[in-house]
Design a protein around this ligand. Sequence first.
Ligand code: HEM
Length: 371
Amino acid sequence: IIKKSNNKSVTAESAKVRQLLPPFLRAHAVKNYIGDMDYELRQHLEEYWTGHDQVEVCPFVAKYTFALAVKLLLGVRDATELEKLAKPFVEAAGGIIAVPINIPGTRFNRGVKASKRIREVINGIIAQRRKDLADGTADPSQNLLSHMIVEVDKRNQDTKNAPTTDGDMSSDLLGLLIGGYDTINTTVVFIMMMLVDYPNVYQEVLKEQMEIAKEKSSGELLNWDDLRKMKYSWNVACEVLRMRPPTVGAFRVAKTDFTYGGFTIPKGWKLHYLPHYTQRNHEFFPNPDKFDPSRFEGAGPAPYTFVPFGGGARMCPGNEYARAEILVFMYNIITRYNWERLIPDEKVVIDPLPRPVHGLPIKLIPHKTQA
Ligand code: HEM
């Protein structure tokens, strides 16, 4: 329990964004992104991993997830534009969970300055996109930003509503980029670590993914039906999300007085939940420190015991997008490679999300017959 809540404006602002998100983040929209996710990853692998026998996983994954999010959410494909966003983005993401001391030299201060620079770049992209939408060279259904501009402009015509500004939109978009960045990075990095540590699990995932690869013609991109077949792979990803939930939790406000564990929580108090503790509860996850993807077979864990994406009305709206990106990643890496850790006992730090301290350097062992 943190404190009595007084932060109504943040809640109202996120509620506004939430209304604009579903068409672009729900399963029916995510279906259309799978080809792009796959294509972009193949390009990245070709550029950064093909022909190398030693690589670092963390920077590679970060580059890929960022380029993909900028393409799918903002519709930006141009390398110069991407570079303008990429540099300050890493500092902005790093300042999100930092001691809020805004003086030069602090991580928080660097994050604030970087997010200002990103908003300026996004404001420029919004202005250009408005022109492109007006002269018909952009399509409103192409990406989240184009859709947002059309919806916001429509809504702003109704003078009863307080207008949503371009600044509001760029803040929301920055929030989205950040929300789906470190979370996915952390998940795929730990999947790669676990698959080295549990070779029997690696073999099972390989078998499942090779079955799918066998059915594809050369160069054919993944689609929704392929992802639906990746049941065991998703159980593995869920077990990683259970043992290493990327987020340190989220907040809720008590709507009424209630008692929990012998403590009375008064109405209006702010609460913080921690997926890490819930997901290691012996009652729901026997032998909780054991990596065991079979926990997710059949009906899986009881409701609200597995909460890496939160739960209820404010559950993460990016969960389908995340699932697709994680599975596309697993397919591409596993059908191409086996790998070994170059630092077998590499330490994990929490900074503020968990990450291997040296960026997970690995030795790549390509399969003899590639997918
Ligand atoms: C493995 C990947 C991800 C994990 C583990 C994750 C986890 C979470 C969690 C725990 C929350 C708080 C939910 C709550 O309040 O109970 C959240 C919120 C949110 N996430 Fe994600 N997330 C992931 C990926 C994404 C992606 C890919 C996007 C966008 C493309 C995204 C966008 C958001 C947004 C906008 C919110 C705020 C929702 C609101 O306040 O109503 N997330 N996420």
